[in-house]
Write a protein that binds this ligand. Structure first.
Ligand SMILES: O=C(O)CCC(=O)C(=O)O
Ligand SMILES: [Fe+2]
Length: 280
């Protein structure tokens, strides 16, 4: 049976990156503090209580997103302490290694609660980079990087993510997957599973009825369009309360990167100036 390597919470960024490069996934145990997790879960509770299922607009989409899965986005507007998670120095250290060399500036791609409830079946294995057509341009650079914090324990029976270690190096990522190639991201609440954009994975089946909550922060090469539209969940006033790093991650900044090799920009300007000037 395949396994995902576990690392301690005080791991060096270089150790995390080594495991990611080798295996295409890593779990960092005890990644967030109990206090932070308690605060987050309490701040998000109203949104969870108010949840109403979406119409995902088609059967394939509904199948992928799950019939018994609660998904809630726009986390920074609903749980302000989410800002601390996305600007965590270990996460930014990892993104500096895996995304920054290919874009200069990276952004938040999406924020999401994924709470899998009893009776949900396993999600189709997929790579998250499939969202952008350039993922098939025969290039092994990743576009997006997914971090999932366990908001509850992740177990084999409540839907712990299925991950295929090593699949990030496969020539044909869509080849048939053998059962013994699939690992489960079993971990305690507060741990994190890190899944770069070209690693096969999918939510697990929930057969025991205990809700499984993931708190997702996904990062993206800064010149690509993000999956989640952050501006419809936030405002300039809200952004005033964030650090400059968080504002930049949330897109309240100019993407302008000129190093000769990856020249791009300006993207995302406001009156032809950097949105960052709104906060001077
Ligand atoms: O919930 C999970 O464990 C994984 C979900 C996922 O990969 C997705 O929705 O893209
Ligand atoms: Fe995914």
């Amino acid at each position: 049976m395949a396994e995902i390597e576990h690392l301690p919470s005080d791991s060096q960024v270089s150790d995390i990156v080594d495991v990611l490069e080798q295996h295409g996934a890593a779990i960092v145990d005890g990644f967030v503090s109990h206090e932070w997790l308690k605060q987050f879960n309490s701040e998000i509770q109203t949104s969870v209580d108010d949840y109403e299922p979406y119409d995902y607009g088609g059967r394939d989409a509904a199948e992928f997103m799950g019939y018994k899965t609660v998904r809630i986005g726009g986390l920074i507007s609903k749980a302000p302490c989410y800002a601390e998670l996305i600007s965590d120095s270990r996460l930014l250290g990892v993104m500096d290694h895996v995304l920054k060399p290919n874009c200069g500036q990276y952004r938040l791609n999406s924020s999401e609660i994924i709470e899998i409830h009893g009776g949900e079946t396993a999600q189709e294995l997929h790579i998250d980079d499939m969202i952008w057509p350039v993922s098939s341009w025969n290039d092994d650079r990743i576009l997006q990087f997914n971090v999932m914090i366990a908001g509850t324990d992740f177990t084999e029976t409540n839907g712990a993510t299925c991950v295929v270690p090593g699949s990030h190096k496969w020539d044909d990522v869509w080849r048939e997957v053998q059962p013994d190639e699939i690992a489960r991201a079993t971990m305690k609440a507060g741990s994190a599973v890190l899944i770069p954009g070209r690693t096969l994975h999918g939510g697990g089946a929930n057969t025991d009825g205990t809700p499984r909550r993931a708190i997702v922060a996904s990062y993206l090469l800064g010149f690509l369009r993000a999956q989640e539209n952050p501006y419809l969940h936030t405002s300039v006033d809200m952004a005033r309360g964030w650090s400059a790093t968080v504002r930049s991650l949330m897109g309240y900044d100019l993407y302008a990167y000129y190093d000769g090799d990856m020249d791009a920009g300006p993207l995302g300007y406001h009156n032809y100036r950097s949105p960052a000037e709104l906060f001077d």
